[in-house]
Design a protein around this ligand. Sequence first.
Ligand code: HEM
Length: 186
Amino acid sequence: MYGLVNKAVEELVVSNFGEEKWELIKTKAGVDVDVFISNEGYPDELTYKLVSAAVEVLGLPAEEILIAFGQHWVLETAVKSYGPLMKSGGANLKDFLVNLPNFHTRVAMIYPNLEPPRFRCTDVTDDGLHLHYHSHRPGLTAFVTGLIQGLGKLYETPCSSTVLERKDQGADHDIFAITWESPATS
Ligand code: HEM
């Protein structure tokens, strides 16, 4: 994965737990990288090792860390470093989610070797939809839950999501049922 992912993990840990914990996590993970370069590729395995080491060092469940990382990704990394790109994704939560299937096509203009996830929306109504998430990478269901929560906060639209089907329990792919408070109509 591109280095900006590892950089974001570093930011999340340092801003919440301090520099020392981050150094401990890198040591435990056997990662000997001083500075991650955003537009350089790193093995996926390195990111997974960082998250596993964070689970041990911080004493938090992997799911909790991945949810926090998803929120951080939207509210800190994406909004602060890629504001115009995020804005182009939609003017409200529903539009952003409906446009999500095409989102990483635009990201790939900046990061040409991107191996993005694939999203699909079905069952779209005024106050909810089903988000289908396809990826060759295992174990990221909770990350997507965090991303959804981050988007709800970004658009100031209270929302909730449940996982209807999980790939790690034998389904073809993960399916999230997302509902939100529909905006008041006058
Ligand atoms: C400007 C904002 C964004 C940028 C720059 C971005 C960029 C990236 C990058 C670089 C990766 C790693 C893949 C690789 O390096 O091959 C990635 C993965 C991923 N992105 Fe995005 N992304 C953005 C927004 C989003 C949003 C809004 C969502 C969903 C709500 C999302 C969902 C994911 C997921 C789930 C992965 C994990 C990879 C996988 O499942 O295989 N991203 N993205």
